[in-house]
Structure formats: C-alpha cells, structure tokens
Design a protein around this ligand. Structure first.
Ligand SMILES: Nc1ncnc2c1ncn2[C@@H]1O[C@H](COP(=O)(O)OP(=O)(O)OP(=O)(O)O)[C@@H](O)[C@H]1O
Length: 250
C-alpha cells in the first residue's frame, strides 16, 4: 500500500513503564486520521516519536520509503512532517502576517529582515496572504497574534505549520481550551485543507472526531486496541467499554 508515514513496532519506555508498545500504523496520502484513547493512553508520546521529540526504545518510523527513525526533528520538518508550533513561546509579539512571513523565510533559509520594504518581500507576503485566506484569517493579518481569540490563535499555529509545506500535519488536540463554537469553526477550516496534506490528529471531543476523521485508531495503555472507519469504531463494543469505563471513573 502507498503510505506517507508508517511505524513498525514503535515503542517508548521509561524505566519499567511502557508508554507505547509495539505500535505499527500506516497513514495513506491525504488521510484524515484521528488518534483517540483515554487519558494517558500514549497518544502524545506517539506523536513525539513521529516528530523525533522522543527517541524510541524500539521500532522504526518510515516517511514514504525512507527510514527516518534516527533523523533529528528539524530534518523531519524539512522532509515534510510538521506539528503545530506554540505561538505563545515563538511569535508572541508579532502580527499574524509577520509570523507567517517569518515561517516562510525560515523554510526558504532566508533572513527575515524587518526593515525590508513590502516590495522586497512581495513573494513571501503573497504566499502568506494566500495561506491566511485559505484559513479565513486574511482580515486578521495585521493583528498581533496573541490578541486574537484562542480559536484563531490555533488557526495561526496551523498557518505556521503549513508554511513549512508539510506532507504530514500532526495536530495534538487543536481544539483544546477553546469554546465549542470556535472549535467547530476550527475543524471546518481544517476539513478544507488541501488533500495533498495528510492529517493525523489527537482529539478528545468525539463529536469533532466522528465528523472529521475518515479513519480512527484507538490507543489504550500504550497499545493499539483497534483501527477502522468511524462507523466501525462506533460499533466496536471494546471501544465503548473503554470510554464507558473512563466515564464511570471520571
Ligand atoms: N517524559 C516522560 N517521562 C515519563 N513518563 C512520561 C513522559 N511523557 C509521558 N509520560 C507518561 O506516559 C503516559 C502516556 O502519556 P501521553 O501524554 O502520551 O498520553 P496521552 O494519551 O496523550 O494522554 P492525554 O490524553 O491525557 O494527553 C502517561 O502515563 C505519562 O505520564
């Protein structure tokens, strides 16, 4: 099968604790794939292994046909695997447009020169504006990012990730901490992203998961419980049991 991203027996262990055990998953080009599971199931650990933030204790990561298990994080980004940036730490004082132009310059290996005239940075500005318009942020281009509502800040994070021209976009709870009306809007925009971008996302809101995902993997206790279409997952009694058990304990 043609895959953009694939893991083989991926594992992560801290001492005796296995956060990810023997995870073998494949993501096809253009996938809209959700990773779900109860708290502590190992979802973020898995994303961290994909991006290279964590070194695995065992197993491999393939990007296309290439084994990238030993590749450092920034080289994975260059190959086209990107997760969302944290604006709060990176681009706090900049406007939305400045932030995206900066991310594009970074990709191009160009220096972002603040005093350059608009004409000198026309190409980057045009590309940034096209990205902002795709994300319905063009009216916010001149606003300082941190003064935007949280839902829009999440969209700027996605714009910054898209500025790297990813083949795979990893979203770790993009709707966390934002009001539900805004999170629906956020996912409506994510749903319209170009199909050449494969999207793997972690999300706790099952309404959003079932509306947006075309495939779902359920992790429990660091292992894959099951994978399937939303209909298959919704009908799986083991999945219901996991979530019902969680609800009873919560
Ligand atoms: N750096 C670390 N050192 C030790 N244990 C860790 C580390 N990072 C994560 N863990 C543990 O690994 C387990 C899985 O964590 P992870 O964040 O991957 O789960 P998750 O499914 O993303 O959870 P949530 O939905 O709550 O975000 C947790 O028990 C966590 O405490």
């Amino acid at each position: 099968m043609n895959t953009t991203l694939r893991t083989e027996g991926l594992s992560k262990q801290w001492g005796a604790f296995k956060a990810n055990s023997d995870i073998s998953l494949s993501f096809t080009p253009g996938a809209r794939h959700a990773l779900i599971g109860p708290n502590g199931a190992g979802k973020t650990t898995f994303i961290n292994l994909l991006t290279g933030s964590f070194a695995p204790s065992g197993g491999k990561v393939f990007f296309g046909d290439d084994d990238i298990t030993a590749l450092p994080q920034h080289k994975r980004v260059k190959r086209g695997m990107t997760r969302t940036f944290q604006i709060n730490t990176l681009f706090a004082g900049l406007t939305v447009l400045e932030s995206v132009v900066l991310a594009i310059c970074e990709r191009e290996g160009k220096q972002f020169v603040w005093y350059k005239t608009v004409a000198q940075q026309r190409t980057e500005i045009d590309e940034a504006m096209a990205l902002l318009s795709m994300l319905k942020l063009e009216r916010d281009a001149g606003t300082v990012t941190r003064s935007l509502p949280y839902g829009k800040q999440r969209l700027v994070e996605i714009a910054l990730a898209l500025a790297t021209r990813p083949k795979v976009l990893l979203l770790d709870e993009p709707a966390a901490g934002i009001p539900s009306a805004e999170s629906k809007e956020l996912f409506d925009v994510i749903a319209k992203l170009p199909r050449d971008v494969t999207i793997l996302f972690i999300e706790h809101d099952m309404g959003l998961v079932f509306r947006f995902a075309e495939r779902i993997t359920v992790l429990v206790g660091g292992k894959v419980l099951t994978e399937g279409t939303p209909a298959e997952i919704a009908a799986d009694p083991r999945v219901k049991e996991v979530y019902l058990g969680e609800a009873e304990h919560g």
